[in-house]
Design a protein around this ligand. Sequence first.
Ligand code: FE2
Length: 590
Amino acid sequence: MKILGISAHYHDSAAALVVDGVPVCAVQEERLSRRKNDATFPAAAIEWCLDRAGIEPAALDAVVFYERSMLKLDRILTSSLRAFPRSWRSFPNAIKNSLGEKVWVRGIISSYLGVPRSRILFTDHHMAHAAAAFFTAPTRRAAILTADGVGEWATLTVGRAERRDDGTADVTLMREIRFPHSLGMLYSTFTAYLGFAVNEDEYKVMGLAAYGRPTMTDRVRRLIRRTPDGGFALAPEYFEYQTTASRSYSSKFVDLFGPARQAYDPIDLETDEGKRFADCAASVQRVLEDTLVDIARGLHEETGLTDLCFGGGVALNGVANARILAESGFERVFVPPAPGDAGCALGAALYADRIYFHNEDRDVPDHPFWGPPVDAAELARAAREDGHDVDELDETTLIERTADDLAAGRIVGWMDGASEFGPRALGHRSILAAPHSRAMRDRLNRDIKYREEFRPFAPVTTCEAADRYFEMPSGGARLARFMSGVFAVRPEWQAELAAVTHVDGSARLQALEHDMAPRLHRLLEAYGRRSGIPVLLNTSFNVAGEPIVNRAAEGYSTFRRCGIDVLIAERTVVRKHASPPARPLKERVT
Ligand SMILES: [Fe+2]
């Protein structure tokens, strides 16, 4: 059976194809359209998925959309009417957005693909999050937690799921918290207040939090009240997102926390104002963590299960995830590589396959590489035309030379096989560098990523070596498989890992198992033979404001525009003429 899953019209549109119960491909629209967080109907992603699998639209058994559009319209209308007349300004926009595209999804899909309307299905949004987390995880029985900004009405759900030996499967969402009460919206409100882009820059709040102290948690707790049933409710007077799309926090919120930061004002952590913003971030981060840990602990006690599958955009918060693992009682926590709305395309397709059509349960390969492959010949052609040095190397030479380059302080653009599905570079579209010095961090921020200096870089290491350098609770390596947890760097290694150690001594680690990305694993070992430390700095292969590179041409274009010294696609290596001279490692360890 061939099932296409689609997510669209909110943020991060995507398409995913499941054939006979197993994903074949999945890609976010932004990787193809090259518009970051592209939320339009994912025409290019759908076309690529069908092309890749050699399937005509008419051969699809079902097309599944990741939410129920009418329910979402119901929520928008109801919220607007409740707030009338305050909401009258946003009302026409909400209606236009909803009626323009969101509601008539069945018609749009049917006319675009030419499939009969009867083959177009819809899942509940949080069920798609739950299915994306559960059916891609190597577990047969797990508790389910989903949390995001909002779907139709639900913003957080708890449940349980099972894959049985007779090939059947079941996902039950037992309870939900409904809009406007939302952990995702609480965090996004602070994201907006701190001058960052909502639905995009929440991770910057988490990064900034490490510079602050949670001195304002009492004030944040005035915004969110725990309810006797184990849930929570937000105090509506501090928020405006429920009534208008133009501002998410109210004047009462500003009275409580002080003036908001303007988007283009620099954050100077030496000033009282800068410290206040960092303390704000630390405080909302702490309250988010405490609330999630508490809900997860209650879910563990209620279900008695050892595994938790956690989905939804809030599951991108690696600090919270690590605390859930350490404190909730669950032994294993599974966060999929694409826990946000893009991942719902895959979740919706898997849900339809296992639950709606009752197809036999199948294991899903445990990796994130479902996107377009890189074409090394395309890179070689373009680079030669421009007069660059291009080498085609055998595997061993390539790995050894690349390790030499990294040890000599060169920055490497690394493209390997199919691109990652989800927001993180997990070894197939990465910029790699030596992780030892602050100078390297600053160089990456200045010459390549063009971004705020409070943002940390992430380390990647082998599963075998992870414990030596990072303090992980039992089950930490699983959370670190897709870079979903933030853990402490062992104190004795922090100076040697200065480029990837955040100001609070933590790191968002990827612990790489050999079979998931064998070439990067070999490179880490080769680098370890040179430096004594098999750890590399791994950041997504893009510059600020652009999606992660997808094809070789985009990698090459990025390489030409920024300070990457060496570009690798499969076994093709391109060098800039002006690579910096090699310097011994010890000089750079500061
Ligand atoms: Fe969502």
